[in-house]
Ligand binder design. Structure first.
Ligand code: ADP
Length: 469
């Protein structure tokens, strides 16, 4: 077995704000079948410390970025976790990255530098006799690990794989934080971690990790282009040979539909309509489960709503995020009787929506992989998605060619284009009016492989290639 330490800022079942947590949570079990023994290091947020069982203390730091800290080992579900218990950094109300009002914690740079330092110390010394041969680094929060390893372990360091879940988060912090972060001044160049005059912890990872991956093949290609590379396209092109696009999967058991065939959906759809006070309607019942940010294209959807509602469609949105988008959605909910909006984060409701909806809408401007369209496929809830990133890699559009050979699973449109979205909504409603065709697409969708199988194999091969023996 190859021993791998996953260094993650969030992980199911302990703490989640988005897809990264699902991926970090699902990989250890998926990889166990491919010869990889993965353990996960998380910040000791209250939810993490409270959720771990059988904890024991494995090591201590007298002063880790401004306060004492300990490393705890524990279990959650089938997973083995290390939690960095550092109260001065993590013991506070609010979210992993932001306070309750949605403002980034001002000390986020050292909060995650500490996580990286702890990972480096585990790599160097092991924890209770367990020493990783490779490290899996998730996003900017884990980006400093390769930089710290270079200092701490010039020889014999474990291999590192840096995974980009979303290039939009650079982990940027002012240049004068070099000393605080314990980074070498020589690294502050355009070939190192300098990023438009600031330090980028993501860039440190991209420059010095042994390998780089991202969460879909199309996103990997998009990241190398100036328009979609978030400022990192040059760095990534320079390392093109080391970059892989590995599609996310989902945990089939955790996301098993509560029915065996699409017919079983009816009961759940009726229950949803009742729950939200929606009338019967001739068009598809569409659902959205999303963070409400500019990335997710929710504003486009609000503008395009008449194209859906005019054909008898309905919409239920569950999400939270930017106040302006929340307000726009609330406004649409007040204006249209066939639109219902629930602002908030609610896992149980998200499952009811995905089970009961006819279609799930993902109108993102960009989307590294996207998970909700995968849940949709598994639940015969046909995805309507923007043709970008992992959405393009997972949904087969109902065009003539795909319909002819019977493989269509959903509907697509050009990202960021309101007119194209309106056309796609119209096309979806027209398809819905052909029940046989819709039912065939539902069967295709449920058959579409959305498990971790092939992707877990690709991760395992990467870890085997970089593992320190
Ligand atoms: P991202 O990571 O950019 O937010 P993904 O589609 O990769 O997007 O993952 C989002 C995850 O968070 C999915 O598991 C989705 O179901 C979940 N999610 C997003 N918003 C909510 C919400 N308001 N309530 C419950 N689950 C949500």
């Amino acid at each position: 077995m190859t021993r791998v330490l996953s260094v993650a800022p969030e992980c199911v079942p302990l703490i989640k704000t988005g897809g990264l947590a699902d991926v970090a949570g699902a990989l250890p079990a998926a990889l166990a079948e491919c010869g990889v023994a993965m353990r996960t290091l998380l910040p000791g947020y209250p939810a993490v410390l409270g959720g771990l069982a059988d904890t024991r203390s494995e090591r201590r730091w007298d002063d880790l970025f401004g306060g004492p800290a300990r490393l705890l080992q524990g279990r959650a579900g089938d997973g083995v976790f290390y939690a960095l218990d550092a109260p001065h950094l993590y013991d506070r109300p609010g979210g992993p990255y932001q306070d309750a009002d949605g403002r980034d914690w001002p000390d986020n740079d050292i909060r995650f530098a500490a996580l990286c330092r702890a990972a480096t110390d585990i790599a160097a010394d092991g924890a209770a006799g367990w020493r990783p041969q490779a490290l899996h680094l998730h996003d900017w929060q884990a980006g400093l690990v390769p930089a710290y390893l270079r200092g701490a372990m010039p020889k014999g360091a474990p291999g590192t794989l840096m995974t980009i879940h979303n290039i939009a988060f650079a982990g940027a912090t002012p240049a004068d934080r070099l000393g605080v972060l314990d980074l070498p001044e020589a690294g502050f160049t355009s070939e190192g971690f300098e990023f438009y005059g600031r330090i980028s912890t993501l860039k440190a990872g991209l420059v010095w990790a042994d390998r780089i991956s991202t969460v879909s093949p199309t996103y990997a290609a998009e990241l190398m282009r100036p328009e979609t590379g978030g400022g990192f396209d040059g760095v990534l092109r320079a390392r093109a040979e080391d970059v892989s696009g590995i599609l996310n999967g989902i945990d089939l058991e955790a996301w098993a539909p509560p029915f065996r065939s699409p017919r079983g959906k009816r009961r759940h759809k009726a229950a949803l309509r009742a729950e939200f006070g929606l009338p019967q309607a001739p068009g598809p019942l569409c659902v959205v489960v999303s963070r409400l940010t500019h990335q997710k294209g929710i504003d486009l959807l609000v503008d395009a709503l008449p194209a859906l509602l005019g054909q008898g469609g309905q919409l239920i949105v569950l999400g939270s995020g930017e106040p302006a988008l929340e307000a726009a959605l609330r406004g649409a909910g007040d204006l249209y009787r066939n639109v219902a909006v629930r602002i908030g984060y609610d896992e149980a409701l998200s499952r009811r929506l995905i089970a009961g909806g006819d279609a799930i809408l993902v109108p993102s401007r960009f989307e590294p992989c996207g998970l909700t369209q995968l849940y949709g496929l598994r639940h015969a809830t046909l995805p309507l998605v923007a043709l970008t990133g992992g959405l393009a890699d997972t949904v087969i559009a109902a065009n003539d060619a795909a319909l002819k050979i019977g493989v269509a699973t959903g509907f697509t449109f050009a990202p960021g284009d309101r007119t194209a979205l309106e056309q796609a909504l119209s096309g979806m409603c027209a398809t819905y009016r052909q029940p046989d065709l819709w039912a065939r697409m539902q069967k295709n969708a449920m058959r579409h492989p959305v498990d971790w199988g092939a992707s877990a194999g690709r991760y395992a091969a990467l870890f085997a290639a970089i593992a320190h023996r």
